[in-house]
Design a protein around this ligand. Structure first.
Ligand code: ADP
Ligand code: MG
Length: 227
C-alpha cells in the first residue's frame, strides 16, 4: 500500500508499513519535507475513498497549494487542509494542541475508519506557538498516544539538520514509530537530495541514504548513496 505510492520506495522498505504509525519527517529547510508528505498522501489517496487531513502552521493553504502546483503534484479532494497560521493571529490564549485533538476527533467521528492519514506541518511551529506551556513534554507524550489510538498514519514534520539542531523537546525520537530524514549532500560539487529511514518500527528497511529526484510531480527514490 505505501510501497505503491512513490517510485522506488521498495528499494528502502522490504515490508509494508501498517497503521498506527507516528512518523517524524525531518530535514533542513528546502529538503522537500512538505512536498514529500503531500505527494505521499496524494498518491495514496488517489484511488481510494479514504480521507486525509493536512494541518499547516508554517504557511497558508494557498502558499502550500502554490508550491504543490509548482512541483506538478496532483491536487486531491479527499484531503482537507486546515490552516492554523490564521488562528495564530486571532487567538492569543488558545490551546492549540487541544484544538488540534478536537479537530482530529471530529474527523474520526465524521469519517470513521476512512480517516487514515494525518500530517502536521510542522511540529516545530506548533511548539513555537505553545512556548508558554509548562507540561509540553508530557502533553506531547499523550498526543503521540492519542494519534496511535486513532489508528492513523500520522506524519509530523520537523526541521532538523545533520548537526542535530532542531526544535525537538528531546523525547520525540523514542515516542515515534518512525524517523525519516530528508537531506542534501554535496557530491563532486553537485548537491544531491537524499532520503534516509533512521527508524521504522515493525518494518524491515534499509538504513542507508538513498538519492531522490523530483520531477513532473513525482519524487522518485533512486539507489543507495555510497561514500
Ligand atoms: N517545480 C519544481 N521542481 C523541482 N523542485 C522544486 C520545484 N518547485 C520547488 N522545488 C524545490 O522544492 C523545495 C521546497 O520544498 P518543500 O517541500 O517546501 O521543503 P521543506 O518543507 O523541507 O522546507 C524548494 O526549495 C525547491 O528546491
Ligand atoms: Mg515545509
Amino acid at each position: 500500500m505505501f510501497l505503491d505510492t512513490l517510485e522506488g520506495l521498495n528499494k528502502i522498505f522490504k515490508t509494508d508499513i501498517k497503521p498506527p504509525k507516528v512518523v517524524l519527517v525531518t530535514g533542513p529547510p528546502g529538503s522537500l519535507k512538505s512536498s514529500f508528505v503531500y505527494m505521499l498522501f496524494s498518491k495514496y489517496l488517489k484511488n481510494r475513498d479514504e480521507i486525509g487531513l493536512y494541518c499547516t502552521l508554517e504557511e497558508s493553504v494557498s502558499s502550500h497549494l502554490t508550491n504543490m502546483e509548482s512541483l506538478g503534484v496532483e491536487l486531491i479532494y479527499n484531503m482537507q487542509i486546515i490552516d492554523f497560521s490564521s488562528l495564530r493571529k486571532e487567538e492569543e490564549e488558545m490551546d492549540y494542541l487541544d484544538f488540534l485533538k478536537k479537530s482530529l476527533i471530529r474527523f474520526k467521528e465524521k469519517y470513521g475508519d476512512l480517516f487514515t492519514l494525518f500530517a502536521l506541518d510542522s511540529l516545530g511551529a506548533l511548539y513555537s506557538i505553545m512556548e508558554e506551556e509548562k507540561n509540553l513534554r508530557r502533553r506531547m507524550y499523550h498526543f503521540f498516544q492519542f494519534l496511535r489510538e486513532l489508528n492513523l498514519y500520522a506524519f509530523l514534520i520537523m526541521e532538523r539538520d545533520l548537526e542535530g539542531n532542531s526544535q525537538f523537546l528531546g523525547n520525540e525520537g523514542y515516542l515515534s514509530d518512525g524517523i525519516i530524514y530528508l537531506g542534501m549532500k554535496n557530491r563532486k560539487g553537485q548537491i544531491i537530495r537524499f532520503l534516509q529511514v533512521e527508524k521504522m518500527r515493525a518494518v524491515e528497511h534499509s538504513m542507508a541514504p538513498h538519492a531522490i529526484t523530483v520531477k513532473k510531480g513525482e519524487i522518485s527514490i533512486l539507489g543507495e548513496i555510497l561514500d
